[in-house]
Design a protein around this ligand. Sequence first.
Ligand code: SAM
Length: 286
Amino acid sequence: MIDKKFLRTREGLIRFTLRMLKKHGIRPQKSLGQHFLVDPILIDVIIDSLELSKEDIVAEIGSGLGTLTLFLAEKCKKVVAIEIDRRLVNALHEVLKGYDNVEIMHADALTISINADKITSNVPYSISSRLLEHLLKRCKFKLAALTFQLEFARRLYASPGTRDYSRITILANYYSIVEKVLTIPPSSFLPSPKVYSQLVKILPREVPPFKVKDDEFFFRIVRELFTLRNKTLRRALIIAGKNMKIPSEVLKEALRQLEPLLGLRVYMLRPIDFAQIANLLFDLTH
Ligand code: SAM
């Protein structure tokens, strides 16, 4: 068994990471977001954020070399360590030998439906948006502690009218409450990424914050309108309406009923305004 005392310091984590990469002939792949945790404080903060109990089943997405997995295993009933890279799966089997409450899964997390009490991940940057959408729409969990690129994390809890406010803000807000926990410098990972990261907590909502008649239609409207984020709602609706092949008389009626909002730019609309727009268009077209 790995001596975890060795992994309680930054120097120990760096030595462990370099040794394991060399032993398994692994050159970290940028496309898979392979930046490994070498910050013992961050390990503690992630574990604290998950509010673990001995009853919890935790899914870890992208377990890498298992540094976080080792500490998770100590605190909960079971860890499911999901890793896409076969070379890292081999390393995980070595690192986690002797831990009978860890299941190692060689899988692409975007293609499996995850059902766990808690979920954690240092999310590979290139799949941030798809993974969050997958977790919120198709997976089941009570709490997730996720590390994203800082710019992406800011979009999750942005306010209407700001630069960071976007389609993903509406998605995150509809399905969950997002709490920012900690901003993380590049030096917490090896190799260091070029960007800062941020750990956030995601708490899925039991009921959505407002009523939407059809989820898919709502998100289609949100997506179409946000491609026109700086246009007034009047212009954006006319353009989006054409893209979506909404009959002109329906659009005219929608514009009439939405009059008070028409002068606002798309990025100024509140999530509930998007719901009002989508519900109206849904009723007029179905
Ligand atoms: N958790 C480890 C750590 O903190 O040291 C590694 C984090 S690293 C930022 C991201 C990990 O996710 C890599 O090990 C990478 O191979 C894995 N990964 C990338 N895409 C994945 C996917 N679609 N499904 C599962 N794992 C993935």
